[in-house]
Write a protein that binds this ligand. Structure first.
Ligand code: GLN
Length: 451
């Protein structure tokens, strides 16, 4: 813990932490030592962890990196983080993220973006660690924590993992409790870890997931021994390769990485099966209707009355308007406008309802595909980490980065990103493994083989 605290202090240039809690960390570490000395101790006893600023942490400022939450300091702890502390983990601080987890580059944070510890060969320009869990990815990759919590609504665990050479897994929807996580799009949001190895990610995920009566979508299901799955190998597994993910204009190096992954799995005894997910091309448009729609409803609570920032106007309506106009950043405002529009009477059927129907078709594509395979292998992202400003001028360009990740959120399925190679200019590239509902085991088996 002391080591990490020092490294964090010396690496503030990465802007990964938005709150550092060294005193709390040392106190927790002392207690962990005391328990270990007595021969007690949980599964994460003394393990120093960073927490995405999306998780409410009792007595520690939590703002989802939005101005609208001001200095909001929760009086309660999220279920996921409580699960970590109950097993002895130590909290190092809160990690940077896109405002309300909306983004793919972490450039929408009120604190400015964290920086990717990786650089292109021969070029010292700062790159984004991806988003929205950019602080988590930057911190794990830069050795500023052992592992971190993250969250994934459309790829925010897996894409930053791919950009930073780390491992990130989003479990099946309902595995982890959303209680005490700042809500973005409730039917898509899931908690998960970013870690250094597939085994670490299995240990973390196991601790993070639990049945929680405080979240009505939380599942009461058994958890297999995921850690054991990591070393089981893939002999006899059928791995699906979806032809629709081999998109026009896909870069040669991403294509080559995917082929390399296929070869590795074949060599390890897996059977490779061509599959089709015919509605893939509708996933991004459906996601960018469903997610903003749910966000516009979830973020209605930030009205200047209850939390954080209040910009007082002449009357109540003006106070609402001024608070929200000043408190939310541009990307969040864009989403709120899109979400309100697609839910408004007259447009609801044309946009929101249609997007929900597409969502069912995407889920059914996966159900059909899983008749002939046990797991699906795809690239995590269409590109390696990009430079700041490269995509932030054009929201659609930014949204396209999520093309391979949003499908699993729409279908509620588990997906892991594992570092699998380097780009020509020396940046990490990840492969994604998608499992059936509740079959994280398949993700860990294939992920463990690829690592
Ligand atoms: N990049 C996607 C978005 O901006 C996904 C974000 C996430 O998973 N939280 O909505």
């Amino acid at each position: 813990t002391q080591d990490f605290i020092q490294t964090i202090e010396g690496s503030r240039i990465l802007n990964a932490y938005v709150v550092e809690t060294p005193d709390k960390a040392l106190e927790m570490a002392d207690k962990a030592d005391a328990r270990l000395a007595k021969g007690e101790g949980g599964r994460l006893e003394g393990a120093p962890i960073g927490v995405k600023d999306l998780y409410c942490t009792k007595g520690v400022r939590t703002t989802a990196c939005s101005n609208i939450l001001g200095e909001f300091t929760p009086t309660y702890e999220s279920t996921v983080t409580q699960n970590l502390w109950d097993e002895g983990a130590v909290m190092l601080g809160k990690l940077n993220m896109d405002e309300f987890a909306m983004g793919s580059s972490n450039e929408t944070s009120r604190f400015g973006p964290p920086i990717n510890p990786w650089r292109r060969k021969g070029d010292n320009a700062g790159l984004t660690p991806g988003g929205s869990s950019g602080g988590s990815a930057s911190a794990v990759s830069g050795d500023l924590c052992l592992a971190a919590t993250a969250s994934d609504t459309g790829g925010s665990i897996r894409q930053p993992a791919s950009f930073t050479g780390t491992v990130g897994i989003k479990p099946t929807y309902g595995r982890a409790s959303r209680w005490g996580m700042v809500a973005f799009a409730s039917s898509l949001d899931q908690a998960g870890p970013i870690a250094k190895t597939v085994e670490d990610s299995a240990i973390l995920l196991d601790v993070m997931c639990s049945h929680d009566p405080k979240d009505s979508t939380s599942l009461n299901v058994e958890k297999p021994d995921w850690r054991a799955d990591v070393s089981k190998g893939v002999k006899g597994m059928r791995i699906g390769i979806p032809k629709e993910y081999r998109m026009d204009g896909m870069s040669k190096e991403i294509d080559a990485l995917w082929n390399q992954g296929i070869e590795w799995l074949k060599a390890a005894g897996a059977e490779i099966i061509d599959i089709s997910l015919p509605h893939t091309k509708y996933a991004l448009p459906a996601y960018y209707i469903v997610a903003p729609a749910e966000a516009s409803s979830n973020l209605a609570r930030y009205d200047g009355m209850r939390y954080g920032t209040r910009v007082a106007g002449e009357n109540l309506t003006e106070t609402y308007e001024d608070t929200r106009a000043n408190g939310f950043g541009r990307e969040v405002q864009r989403r709120l406008m899109i979400g309100t529009y697609v839910l408004s009477s007259g447009y609801y059927d044309a946009y929101y309802l249609r997007a929900q129907k597409v969502r069912t078709k995407i889920l059914n594509d996966f159900v059909d595909a899983f008749e002939s395979c046990d797991a699906i292998l795809t690239p995590t992202c269409p590109s390696p980490a990009f430079a700041f400003g490269e995509k932030s001028g054009d929201p659609v360009e930014m949204y396209l980065n999520d093309v391979f990740t949003v499908t699993t959120n729409l279908a509620g399925l588990p997906g892991i990103s594992v570092p699998a190679g380097l780009s020509a200019d020396g940046l990490p590239l990840g492969l994604q493994v998608i499992g059936k509902a509740l079959d994280e085991s398949a993700c860990f088996r294939v992920g463990g083989e690829l690592e």
